[in-house]
Design a protein around this ligand. Structure first.
Ligand SMILES: [Zn+2]
Length: 310
């Protein structure tokens, strides 16, 4: 870092001392980003965070259709059951970064009062059209709520997208009543997949992913904001396999080889046959990594549940 000019964290403004990876090219815009360790924030950060982040969220982002939508709905349902999401005395749920509402639909069916929070006004309009029983608000509006909230707050792979996570969590802490549950899933920067794929690891995903955590850094972060961690889970085989396949796709795409790597993305019969053969081959290669991830507790996702304590 000696020869580089002083580069600062987008939130705390302290100078970064350690670079983890970079430059990493964002495939749509060809812009380059680096990942640094912020010794003040105590987690990894993407640099430089663009002023207009919306430009990096194409219309296809989290817009799932057909077979892909069905598969994902099923996987979300499995996690809903497995992680006991329906358990709780106060049946109120706020999901920050709710996307196409795969979780909120489940909560809604079980009679929970649901609020979905998203960044884009147009997207909220679209969501409101199809989900009449769910209340939607923009993140800007949510950040101005004065009313205390209770029940559950869910952030499923969305904390890594927040521009100023300290400010955001301070705010969540301020408006949460005691015993409010905060549930996070984020990519694990200590994953074996990062060591294996390096800058091609799909979950680095700059600049959409601004913050990068491991279990330890996330725990410290939450506890500083008066949330006590009560459960952590690192075993998400479907997400782990998707990360594995996605990183190989990312590598091939960067090298200019556009392949229909996954069955659910394929178009036409030839594509589909090719994808099945290719995904099966990746699946076989993946088996030892699957077990390694379990034994070393370094799967690609972390889930933490915390409770507001004071
Ligand atoms: Zn910082």
């Amino acid at each position: 870092m000696k020869n580089e000019k002083k580069i600062r964290c987008n939130e705390c403004k302290k100078i970064f001392k350690k670079k983890l990876y970079g430059p990493i090219t964002e495939l749509n815009t060809k812009k380059k980003f680096n990942i640094y360790y912020c010794s003040f924030c105590k987690f990894y950060k993407t640099h430089k965070v663009p002023k207009k982040l919306d430009l990096f969220y194409p219309n296809t982002y989290r817009n799932f259709k057909g077979l892909k939508e069905l598969v994902l709905k099923f996987l979300y349902l499995l996690n809903f059951v497995r992680l006991n999401f329906n358990k709780g005395d106060v049946k109120k749920i706020y999901e920050i970064g709710c996307g196409p509402c795969f979780f909120l639909d489940q909560f809604n069916q079980k009679g929970w009062k649901c609020t979905g929070v998203e960044r884009n006004k147009q997207y909220i309009k679209k969501l409101s059209k199809y989900n009449k029983k769910i209340n939607f608000i923009t993140i800007d509006k949510f950040m101005k709520t004065k009313k205390k909230i209770e029940g559950k707050i869910l952030m499923w792979h969305s904390l890594e997208h927040i521009e100023k996570p300290h400010k955001f969590l301070n705010y969540l802490s301020k408006i949460s009543k005691i015993n409010t549950e905060l549930m996070f899933a984020v990519p694990n920067i200590n994953s074996y997949q990062l060591k294996l794929f390096g800058k091609y690891w799909i979950h680095l995903d700059p600049p959409r992913h601004i913050n990068h955590f491991n279990i330890k850094t996330l725990k410290i972060f939450l506890e500083k904001k008066s949330f006590k961690v009560i459960k952590n889970q690192n075993f998400f085989p479907a997400l782990d396999f998707m990360g594995f396949v996605g990183s190989i796709t990312c590598y091939l795409n960067t090298k200019g080889l556009k392949m229909p790597v996954t069955v659910i993305n394929s178009k036409g019969l030839f594509d589909m046959i090719f994808s099945i053969v290719f995904t099966t081959a990746i699946g076989i290669v993946y088996i030892p990594f699957f077990f390694y991830g379990i034994i070393s507790k370094s799967n690609s996702s972390i889930f933490l549940k915390a409770k507001k304590v004071k």
